[in-house]
Design a protein around this ligand. Structure first.
Ligand code: UTP
Length: 416
């Protein structure tokens, strides 16, 4: 152990992170080993460049942002049936899998446990996971197949998630046969001096690497390989917190297949030009999503000859990918975005510090940054009231909260 520790010490010295071993002697043997394992896995060059990135000016202002073409699901006319038939055939042949991203921390909702276990207050008291699963089962039945379900968790919530599914007998699914769990990656949190933080347990303070970690973790954990073994060619990737998410959509799938694109995304039209959502666009000629803060008021309000917003297609984390595209995306690292957060930590003298304002950087990759790696992508506008009922905030916020999601869900399924 000691030689290993000494070797790591010299690496830490090189990167100015010697403090990580300050409290080593006070840890029990198990934690000592864990800490050394963690240090060994850290990519210190990456951490260094992430810290430098916090000092850089935002360069996105130099990007060329343009509107992107989209189709409206309800203005497809004769083409609707045409696409639907193509998609139906592929689904019946078992070519579709569903992927749910459930690794987020759900800080805004403030639920004690994985977000997917949250009960939005329906009479059935079903959790978000069960509502999603109900939809998958119902759709699978229509096509005579069981849609394989892949669930991304984080190190923080993996155990609680799997235990929840175990307790509910996987809602009729079978573990490792048609439901698979895999964990997303993590990155160390750093302070404003670029020093990696130590958490309350004496170990490195790690945080999930954002929903953009999905591609790499699907590949690294052997999930795309599993998909191929099952004969799956397409995966719908969605969030756990949209209780109206339609993971099985033959029209979307038919469009992707017929248009020979490898990514097809759903959008809903912005509630108003200034709604704070990311919208689909072309960035430097490639498909992308532009944040509301990145476009001017004039751009946000601009309309086309039909009076439709030029930047009106909100990204709702409902995207279909070919499995080959996921594998390609998983091989190319995405840029990380920085967030300044409050994080408890142990200081160099061994004291627990509980900050009352943000003190640490967290780094996250965004799923849509991978869109830029494809030349063409289909965007399909769907109806908000049919497909988008997010649970982001607690009820106090009054928007995108359990109450609004519950009402939308009840309305759609005519539960009143
Ligand atoms: P959000 O960006 O809304 O984050 O995630 P969140 O963690 O649910 O909530 P806040 O921001 O902490 O309040 C959108 C979707 O992406 C997943 C979430 O679980 C959710 O389904 N996600 C997000 C991950 O799976 N991993 C991440 O690292 C981040």
């Amino acid at each position: 152990m000691d030689t290993r520790k000494e070797e790591l010490k010299s690496i830490l010295k090189k990167y100015g992170q010697e403090h990580l071993l300050n409290n080593y002697e006070n840890l029990d043997e198990m934690h000592q080993k864990k800490l050394l394992d963690q240090i060994e896995k850290i990519n210190f060059e990456l951490v260094k460049s992430l810290y430098l990135s916090t000092k850089e000016e935002n360069k996105t202002g130099k990007d060329k942002i343009e509107p992107i073409e989209y189709m409206d699901k309800f203005k497809l006319n004769d083409k609707y049936k045409y696409y639907e038939n193509i998609g139906k055939k592929a689904i019946k042949e078992g070519k579709l899998a569903a992927v749910t991203m459930a690794g987020g921390q759900g800080t805004r909702l403030g639920h004690n446990g994985p977000k997917g276990t949250y009960d939005i207050g329906l009479d059935s008291h079903k959790s978000l996971f069960e509502l999603l699963c109900d939809n998958l089962k119902e759709e699978g039945k229509k096509y005579g197949v069981t849609i394989p379900w892949f669930i991304m968790t984080s190190k923080e919530n993996n155990k609680a998630t799997v235990e929840f599914f175990e307790k509910h007998k996987y809602f009729g699914y079978q573990k490792d046969k048609n439901i698979f769990f895999f964990m997303q990656g993590e990155l160390p949190m750093i302070d404003t001096e670029g020093k990696i933080l130590i958490g309350e347990d004496g170990l490195i303070k790690l945080a999930a690497d954002g929903h953009g970690g999905i591609y790499e973790s699907l590949v690294k954990n052997g999930m795309t390989k599993k998909m191929k073994q099952l004969g799956v060619e397409w995966a719908f990737i969605g969030g756990v917190d949209n209780c109206l998410v339609k993971m099985v959509d033959p029209v979307l799938m038919g469009i992707a297949i017929d248009s020979k694109v490898t990514v097809a995304c759903k959008s809903v039209v912005k509630a108003n030009p200034h709604e704070k959502v990311g919208v689909f666009c072309k960035r430097n000629g490639k498909p992308n999503v532009v944040e509301y803060s990145e476009i001017t008021e004039e751009m946000a309000e601009a309309t086309d000859e039909n009076g439709e917003l030029l930047y009106g297609e909100s990204h709702i984390l409902c995207n279909l990918f070919s499995v080959d595209a996921i594998e390609r995306m998983g091989a190319n690292p995405l840029p990380y975005h920085v967030a300044f957060k409050k994080a408890k930590y142990i200081d160099k003298d061994g004291n627990l510090i509980v900050p009352d304002s943000p003190n640490a950087y967290k780094f996250e990759a965004f799923l849509f940054d991978a869109f830029g790696s494809v030349d063409e992508m289909a965007v399909l506008r769907v109806k908000r009231e049919e497909e988008f009922a997010p649970v982001k905030n607690s009820d106090d916020a009054g928007v995108d909260c359990p109450k609004t999601a519950r009402n939308l869900y009840k309305k759609f399924y005519k539960l009143d």
